[in-house]
Design a binder for this molecule. Structure first.
Ligand code: PBG
Length: 345
């Protein structure tokens, strides 16, 4: 050690040397029961929404390579997954379709087909598992040949024409039994247009969970593999999804969605955006959700598979962090595993 550095104080030698501390925060951490007593945030199965990928076929499971433990499933298996979710007290499952490439076109017309995978999955789940909530995503990307969420003209996304299409997509989903319409497209004015159309069609009780603050993010990569849009996507989504450098803009987006009739707002991705979750919850006081997206799931799973972190502990820690930030619930691919963990506890 260089002689100019002051040596650290030696450890206190005896009890008479005891520090005169008024506060000793460690007292409240001294044992399991003491920690439970002062716990501020608790994760329960009520907080979980489980996104499920559906595909054509029967009795089929296709693993999603970048999402270990997640499969695309045929509708009959999706019904079993919904039964499993209901048995685990998970309130809601979210349906995402893997659309056959032959059904994808420039306008995403399959999105409007009442017989598409999403709509058939909704009807099948509603018939067999009526007690579970169903959420459906409104955006064109699983159905377009170019992988964008909206209609394209000369490389530009057309806002208002896209909204007209999304309204029709939302209506076929509501007619198929969707309980929560979740527009994930980030077009301006889509929440108001969808709310008006739902009300006119008599779907007064169908809720809207707006992806209000959805950022253009690298963390969606594995999802695009799961729904088969990654190969198709040309360019990026930065003219409609938000710039991750911004936070005031998230507040504005959420305010607009609420003014247009959103019942619930959502922030996406999740863990890197907990500041946004906290800000929206504190500023607006609305039911606020976060989406722990595919890339976040993949990172935890990949590290766990390498033995670099304890996957189960990281799962629960990350989900509890959402609650701490103020989220009322989390869309997460961990939902069934987290629910099983919580049941064991
Ligand atoms: C569709 C949509 C996406 C996700 C949910 N809905 C992909 C995207 O916007 O490109 C991502 C979910 C995830 O990564 O888990 N618009």
């Amino acid at each position: 050690m260089p002689s100019s550095v002051t040596p650290l104080k030696p450890a206190l030698a005896s009890t008479s040397d005891r520090l005169d501390l008024v506060e000793r925060p460690r007292r409240n951490r001294k044992s399991e029961w003491a920690r439970r007593l002062v716990k501020e945030h608790v994760l329960t199965t009520n907080d979980l929404i489980w996104p499920i990928f559906v595909q054509e076929g029967e009795n089929l499971r296709t693993p999603v390579a970048a999402m270990p433990g997640v499969d695309r499933v045929s509708i009959d298996i999706a019904v079993e997954e919904a039964q499993r979710a209901a048995a685990l007290d998970i309130p809601v499952v979210a349906i995402f379709p893997y659309t056959d490439p032959s059904l994808r076109d420039a306008t995403g017309s399959e999105a409007l087909n009442a017989q598409n995978l999403t709509c058939r999955a909704c009807r099948a789940i509603k018939a067999k598992v009526p007690e579970i909530g169903l959420l459906t995503d409104v955006a064109l990307d699983p159905y377009t040949s170019h992988g964008h969420d909206g209609l394209l003209e000369d490389g530009r996304i057309l806002n208002d024409e896209t909204v007209a299409q999304l309204v029709r997509q939302a209506l076929v989903q509501a007619e198929s039994g969707s309980d929560i319409i979740a527009p994930s497209d980030m077009m301006d004015g889509r929440v108001g247009a969808i709310r008006a159309a739902l009300d006119t069609a008599g779907f007064l009780d169908v809720q809207i969970m707006a992806y209000s603050a959805k950022y253009a993010s690298a963390f969606y990569g594995p999802f695009r593999e799961a729904v088969g849009s990654s190969g198709a996507l040309k360019g990026d989504k930065r003219t409609y999804q938000m710039d991750y450098a911004n936070t005031d803009e998230a507040l504005r987006e959420a305010e607009l969605d609420i003014a247009e009739g959103a019942d619930m707002i959502m922030v996406k991705p999740g863990l890197p955006y907990l500041d946004i979750v906290a800000r929206l919850k504190q500023s607006l006081g609305r039911p606020t959700f976060a989406y722990q997206v595919s890339g976040e799931y993949a990172m935890i799973m990949a590290a766990a598979q390498n033995g670099w972190i304890d996957g189960e502990k990281a799962m629960i820690e990350s989900l509890t962090a959402f609650k701490r930030a103020g989220a009322d619930g989390i869309l997460t691919y961990f939902a069934p595993r987290a629910a099983e963990y919580l049941r064991r506890k």
